[in-house]
Design a protein around this ligand. Structure first.
Ligand code: BGC
Length: 754
């Protein structure tokens, strides 16, 4: 009773404010009715129009820019709450101070860290993507966040990219398929997914000043599809403009990508949010499609006193509207979009309350992690390991917490299980010993969050290797766990890797161990491909990822065979860096311009970068240039074996051509296989990649069982983008569907015509 009374009073106050404010233009609610914008039974569009009509110009501008590091203002007079954003994309970032990156010091913000998005992509399982999105959305909601800054879907163009681990690999079809359920899952909580970084943000080095030049066909075929899928199929409510430039305009204020493609061609009705500090000019932001500006600082010199009012979409915009420089239409369009976001999130009274670090979330993290681990090599059936004898674990990544670091995706976790902990917990009959092997990054701190681990070790490299080798002589199996580690230059925001090689002399450690170990397993934890010069000497190699809270459990699940590995590479692992397409300076990291340019009030040197390899990215390049990779895109072994039978085909390209593909588990243990379908075009008016992934399906099978997997393709699967006519073209002609279990294991070919 009492609560209802209070609610009615609150409503009355809001109502009075909504109707009675002097100096407003627009409508008044009739009689005693609830104002339209507070009426849940009305459509969002009606509510948006109603509230827009009640707002002053100042109020409209106030919702278009940040008021703190991660929040923007609501409309207090009308009872519209603030909007809170948070990184993203692997867990909910710990609270920072209102206007500083330093920690707010909360003790209630230690989250579940989910596996990095590369791992999610490596699961090749859209159902897991949905589980991921739902779970992280619940965590966001519980922490009262309205916009999750993720997922990231920039294409992995170079294995040096510092942020590959936050993205979904090198293939547009794989990333498009995986991003959609993530977005839907997050948004089912009344939390917006903010898909990032739109567009062409394929490197960290010089990320603020790289001007990408890419031909139109490549843009549409390779770099945009995942964003388009997130918007059109996933229904994303927000998108984040990237820091870099495209065709001489920064991507947060880029007429072509924002107004032309995103809002024009794709009909995006959501909010374009700037990357933090990605806006540089009021007029261009206003005219070219930015809706909501966030920043790290502001570039405006007047910012010293009142930073947020001096954002490009704050006072400078307000003054421009008042002076007539900018018209109300532009302001209303942005306000309308932001209000729509309010009604979809913070004003949705029916959204669930969310949950935080629940057993379900931990279980989801563990499952996604285990399903994503890729068994690259397993000669002689070294894996799975038996729980017996003596096992030596070597390597810093076996003990180092990986959830802290990497940049804005850094987290503070409730508990992170390291690989060594996971192995010790699982292999209770075996004797487990540990040696460090090498010392990499002992810092363990990011933005004031510390792992609290003391990883200092003063032994020389030679001594560390000698100690590991001595220990290795006395054991039945050696598991080396290394890779990269999310410290600067080793898979982190802000800087790319400087080398394709493993850092900290790890190759020497592996080589030395190989010489003495009876059985050797190498586990690489990374978000990128690394060189493996020892590949022929190591019988078992596992590609692991930054797996978050349950990292150790997921890895132990796979090493022990409790979970049969079924992950597949979301990118190609080349033998050496020069095998990758972007190999000239003009292609990467770009050529500096002789004259400085203005970025806001700063003088900066822009670098021009030509994506002259065109559509030949990832396996498309390796195929085209006939370069044998170390491990191909889509590769991943299992502890069982599968046989792909002869596909049956029904339907037509116009209505949907369905391939029914029998898959049999021919081995001894249950497991999952990912059936992959690539399309290869015959004669074409344009150059085509030798093959392109256009369908896949993951299937779980008990030993001896067969299932029929169905993959349907349509005109999209055979189309190329005709840049001259600016349309997708499905050419009449001959095509082949290449079907198998990896991009280099495609035993079945089905010819078809269109
Ligand atoms: C990153 C974004 C992130 C934002 C807020 C930027 O530096 O590029 O991905 O969401 O900071 O932390």
């Amino acid at each position: 009773m009492k609560t209802r009374l209070i609610l009615s009073l609150m409503l009355a106050v809001v109502w009075a404010a909504a109707c009675g404010q002097p100096g407003q233009r627009g409508k008044q609610a009739a009689g005693n009715d609830v104002p339209v914008f507070l009426d849940d039974s009305k459509s969002i569009e009606e509510r948006v129009e109603d509230v827009l009509a009640r707002m002053t110009v100042e109020e409209k501008v106030a919702i278009l820019h940040a008021q703190s590091k991660f929040s923007s203002a609501g409309v207090p007079r009308l009872g519209i709450p603030e909007l809170w954003t948070s990184d993203g994309p692997h867990g909910i970032r710990p609270e920072v101070l209102w206007d500083k990156w330093s920690q707010a010091g909360w003790t209630s913000d230690s989250c579940t860290a989910f596996p990095a998005l590369t791992a999610l992509a490596a699961s090749w399982d859209p159902e897991l993507s949905k589980l991921y999105g739902q779970s992280i959305g619940q965590e966001a909601r519980y922490r009262k966040k309205d916009v999750l800054l993720g997922p990231g879907v920039n294409i992995c163009r170079t294995p040096l990219n510092g942020r590959s681990f936050e993205y979904m690999g090198e293939d547009p079809f794989l990333s498009s398929t995986m991003v959609v359920p993530y977005v839907q899952g997050v948004q089912s909580n009344g939390v917006a997914a903010c898909v990032k970084h739109y567009a062409l943000n394929n490197q960290e080095t010089n990320r603020f000043v790289t001007n990408v030049k890419v031909d139109e066909r490549t843009l549409y075929e390779i770099y945009l599809p995942a964003f388009k899928a997130a918007v059109q199929k996933g229904g994303a409510w927000a998108i984040m403009g990237s820091y870099n430039l495209y065709n001489d305009q920064w991507c947060c204020q880029n007429e072509y990508t924002l107004n032309g493609i995103l809002k024009g061609e794709w009909g995006f009705d959501g909010v374009v949010i700037s990357d933090w500090g990605g806006a540089h000019d009021t007029e261009l932001c206003v005219k070219n499609g930015l809706d909501l500006e966030f920043g790290t600082v502001t570039n405006n010199p007047a910012a010293a006193s009142n930073a947020y009012s001096n954002y490009y979409l704050a006072d400078p915009f307000l003054e421009g509207v008042k002076s007539g420089e900018f018209d109300m239409k532009a302001l209303d369009d942005k306000a309308r979009r932001v209000l729509r976001l309010f009604f979809r999130t913070v004003m949705d009274r029916n959204r669930p309350y969310g949950s935080f670090v629940s057993p379900e979330h931990i279980a989801a993290a563990r499952k996604i992690g285990a399903e994503s681990i890729v068994l690259l090599k397993n000669d002689g059936g070294v894996l799975p390991l038996k729980d017996e004898g003596k096992i030596l674990v070597v390597g810093e990544n076996a003990v180092k917490m990986m959830t802290v670091g990497g940049g804005s995706s850094s987290l503070k976790v409730k508990k992170e299980y390291s690989p060594l902990e996971g192995i010790k917990e699982r292999f209770t009959n075996a004797e487990i010993v540990y040696e460090r092997g090498y010392v990499g990054d002992t810092d363990g701190k990011f933005d004031g969050v510390s792992t609290g681990q003391d990883l200092l070790d003063n032994r020389s490299s030679a001594q560390l290797i000698a100690d590991a080798v001595t220990a290795a002589k006395d054991v039945d199996c050696v598991i080396f766990i290394g890779g990269l580690n999310k410290s600067l230059f080793q898979d982190a925001e802000g800087e790319d890797r400087k080398s394709y090689d493993l850092p900290y002399g790890q190759d020497d450690v592996i080589e030395a161990l190989c010489a003495v170990a009876k059985k050797m397993v190498v586990v690489i934890i990374s978000g990128n491909a690394v060189a493996m010069p020892w590949v022929d000497k190591v019988p078992a190699i596992v590609q692991d990822w930054y797996l978050g809270s349950e990292a150790g459990h997921s890895l132990a699940d796979v090493l022990s065979g409790d979970v049969n590995p079924s992950g597949k590479l979301p990118f190609t692992i080349g033998k050496q860096l020069s095998d990758y397409p972007a190999s000239t300076e003009a292609q990467y990291p770009g050529i500096p311009r002789p004259e400085p340019s203005k970025m806001g009030v700063q003088d900066v040197t822009i670098l021009d970068e030509e994506y002259s390899e065109g559509i030949y990215v990832g396996y498309r390049w390796f195929d085209h240039a006939s370069i044998a990779p170390e491990f191909a895109f889509g590769h991943g072994l299992s502890y069982t074996t599968f046989e792909i039978g002869d596909p049956k085909v029904s339907g037509s390209i116009e209505k949907g051509l369905t391939f029914s593909i029998p898959v049999k588990n021919t081995g001894e243990v249950a497991g999952s296989e990912v059936v992959q379908l690539y399309v290869s075009a015959g004669d074409s008016a344009v150059e085509r990649a030798p093959k392109e992934l256009k369908g896949f399906s993951k299937v779980y099978l008990e030993p001896g069982k067969t299932a029929t997997v169905k993959i349907t393709i349509d005109k999209d699967a055979i189309s190329y983008f005709d840049a001259g006519k600016h349309v997708w073209v499905a050419e009449k002609g001959d095509y082949s569907a290449l079907i198998g279990t990896a991009s280099d294991v495609l035993p079945k070919t089905v010819e078809f015509k269109y």
